[in-house]
Ligand binder design. Structure first.
Ligand SMILES: [Zn+2]
Length: 183
């Protein structure tokens, strides 16, 4: 059986990860349902990103984070994930985290129902502080960014999943990764 994996390109020779190690990461960490629609994951140092990206984050970055974008082609129902290095000191973990964050956008847009999206936003409203959300102020929907960051934490099995976000964690565990239908 041929797995429906996105084409991965551009990492060889530029990133601290190879194309094949990115493929392995996707295969082992991202559930097939969440990969659907994503046709390409591309590393491109030259790319100009327009809308979605991950800003430097106090926990991770020390100011040195790769940035990325999930570009949706609404007509073709396809998503291309583009990753750009932020500095030569980007670590493998930084890059994997951004890849996972961008898959989170695909999950938010095409896996969650609109009711589930609403439920997530209610959780953020209650559980996240204004200070936590301010770093997503660049985005049109900071609560979607909060989802993608939580998704990336979950995927990377980070022990630092924010202990003040128990309901966010539970949402991911029960409704995103166990794919229980909410409503
Ligand atoms: Zn984002």
């Amino acid at each position: 059986m041929v797995l429906d994996l996105p084409e991965v390109l551009g990492f060889d020779g530029f990133a601290p990860l190879s194309d094949s190690s990115v493929e392995d990461f996707i295969k082992s960490a991202i559930p097939p349902l969440h990969v659907k629609r994503v046709t390409r994951v591309k590393y491109d140092p030259q790319i100009r990103l327009t809308t979605r990206y991950v800003k430097p984050d106090t926990i991770w970055a020390k100011g040195l984070v790769v940035i990325g974008e999930a570009r949706e082609n609404k007509e073709l129902h396809e998503v291309e994930i583009v990753i750009r290095p932020r500095s030569e000191q980007d670590s493998q973990e930084d890059i994997k985290r951004v890849i996972a964050h961008e898959f989170g956008h695909n999950v938010f847009a095409s896996v969650l129902t609109s009711e589930s999206q609403k439920f997530w936003k209610q959780i953020v409203q209650v559980e996240w502080t204004a200070e936590e959300l301010v770093r997503f102020a660049y985005a049109e929907d900071p609560k979607e960014e909060a989802f993608c960051d939580s998704y990336a934490d979950y995927v990377n099995k980070i022990d630092i999943f924010n202990p003040h976000h128990p309901n966010s964690f539970q949402f991911l565990q029960e409704y995103v990764f166990n794919a229980r239908t909410l409503f």
